[in-house]
Design a protein around this ligand. Structure first.
Ligand SMILES: Cc1cc2nc3c(=O)[nH]c(=O)nc-3n(C[C@H](O)[C@H](O)[C@H](O)COP(=O)(O)O)c2cc1C
Length: 209
């Protein structure tokens, strides 16, 4: 049963390329009023943030300013190794979870139920509690093992949403491409946002003018 309203959302970042997707999802979640945003990231995610954004994140003494965030009052940070943190239990009601970006290593562990850290444990909880879980994998090309793992997760009800932006909205910037994916993630977390025109709606607006 998915009767839990997403007043609480959990975002995890793992060590796939495309940290910008996770950063943008986090920014947008923090704009939503009365939404408690739980956040965790793996050591590899911190490495990728350093490579891709020159961001130095201290996982032990997390400071949201390291991610360029100014206002983060509703951000609840959890160390990825803290398997005693609230999201590790099904009794803690998380409305929806996203792993953005999601490494193939993380997807593989989830598909085989062998998670060790809080990210994998929390995702496992979403699966067993039948709550919404969104993965944004980023890898190319995909091996048969990757495809098999992602297919297994999809069949278990996970929303597998590859970081593959569409071009029909005529994106002008990298930010447009990133936000295409971010908007779809927020949709699947049932979080309101104002990112980009939706197909059909933008066209209607154009016809009116
Ligand atoms: C700069 C960098 C980019 C990476 N890009 C990817 C990627 O796009 N996809 C992926 O599955 N793994 C990628 N990796 C490898 C993962 O970080 C590695 O498999 C790691 O063990 C994942 O750990 P985690 O799932 O705990 O974050 C990358 C690693 C680095 C350092």
């Amino acid at each position: 049963m998915t009767d839990v309203a997403p007043r609480r959302v959990l975002l995890a970042m793992t060590g796939a390329s495309g940290a910008v997707y996770g950063l943008r999802v986090l920014e947008e979640l923090l704009k939503v009023e009365r939404l408690e945003v739980h956040f965790t990231l793996s050591e590899s995610a911190a490495k990728v943030l350093r490579v891709e954004h020159d961001m130095k994140v201290n996982l032990e003494r997390f400071d949201p300013r390291a991610l360029g965030l100014k206002k983060a009052a509703r951000l609840v940070y959890h160390h990825h190794a803290n398997v005693a943190a609230a999201p590790a239990s099904g009794s803690f009601r998380i409305g929806a979870m996203a792993i953005v970006p999601c490494s193939m290593a993380c997807a593989g562990k989830l598909a085989h139920g062998v998670g060790g850290d809080l990210i994998e444990r929390a995702a496992e909880v979403m699966l067993k509690e039948k709550r919404p879980l969104v993965l944004v994998p980023r890898e190319t090309p995909l091996s048969a093992i990757h495809l098999e793992n992602l297919a297994k997760l999809a069949m278990l009800g996970v929303t597998v949403m590859p970081a593959a932006p569409g071009f029909y909205g005529k994106p002008q910037t990298i930010a447009d491409l990133v936000d295409f994916v971010v908007a779809r993630v927020l949709d699947h977390l049932s979080v309101e946002h104002g990112l980009g025109p939706r197909w059909g709606e933008g066209q209607k607006a154009k016809r009116k003018t």
